[in-house]
Design a protein around this ligand. Structure first.
Ligand SMILES: Cc1cc2nc3c(=O)[nH]c(=O)nc-3n(C[C@H](O)[C@H](O)[C@H](O)COP(=O)(O)O)c2cc1C
Length: 210
């Protein structure tokens, strides 16, 4: 079923001691054997500007290619002012354009939000889910991960200590692997391999654009 899926991990923080990063690294380690996860850099992406579409900055091209080859995308983020950090929203905007060529289109997604405070960064988690509707990203629904008190979650080695949260993350990883398997056929069975035409891109689907 799994072990064949490639997952791009996008972080919503650049902070050196970021809890989101620590969490992502822990989840990536947990996922080994089920998912091949890799961090995709978002900190070097110039702010999205349609004027640059004809000659995109190299960082945009690199980012789009790295997401395009993924079978799924995992977002691990803190909350800024009850929403998605601008860093991560910019990455979403860059990957979603030019219109009709979004690298996110149809890719299974999953979200982990964390905060050292309370409320589990629920606002950021659900602001992302709002974008997934337009991005056409089928997102894992359960288990939901809203982690509060994140500063207390890690042991001396930087891993999530064994216990309730670790168990929840294990279930999450497994559910995401199952979710990708359900949404994305194994690569050998993709329609292109069978001679069928590639699926329509979002700009060609005839939906209301805005
Ligand atoms: C601009 C800014 C806005 C923030 N807004 C929120 C917020 O709305 N909710 C929250 O729980 N924490 C908020 N925080 C605190 C972050 O949760 C905290 O800095 C966290 O450690 C950031 O994640 P990181 O450790 O991955 O960098 C905010 C922090 C910053 C810098």
């Amino acid at each position: 079923m799994t072990g064949v899926y490639d997952v791009a991990v996008l972080l919503g923080s650049l902070r050196r001691e970021s809890y989101s990063r620590k969490l992502a690294l822990d989840v990536m380690a947990r996922a080994r054997g089920e998912l091949d996860c890799r961090l995709v850099e978002v900190g070097d992406l110039p702010l999205y500007n349609e004027d640059l579409d004809d000659a995109p900055p190299p960082a945009w091209t690199r980012f789009r290619a790295e997401v395009a080859r993924a079978d799924g995308v995992l977002f691990v983020t803190p909350e800024y002012n009850r929403s998605v950090p601008g860093l991560l929203k910019n990455a979403i905007d860059v990957g979603s354009r030019p219109y009709g060529q979004s690298v996110f289109d149809g890719k299974p997604a999953a979200v982990i939000s964390q905060t050292p405070h309370k409320l589990g960064a629920f606002g950021a988690n659900h602001a992302l889910r709002q974008s997934f509707v337009f991005l056409n990203m089928p997102v894992l629904q359960q288990p939901e991960i809203y982690l509060g008190g994140s500063a207390q979650l890690f042991d001396a080695t930087g891993r999530i200590a064994a216990g309730e949260v670790a168990n929840l993350l294990d279930r999450f990883v497994h559910a995401f692997a199952e979710w990708i398997a359900r949404i994305s056929p194994p690569r050998a069975q993709l329609p292109q391999a069978l001679g069928a035409p590639p699926p329509a891109r979002d700009g060609e689907r005839g939906r209301v654009p805005f």
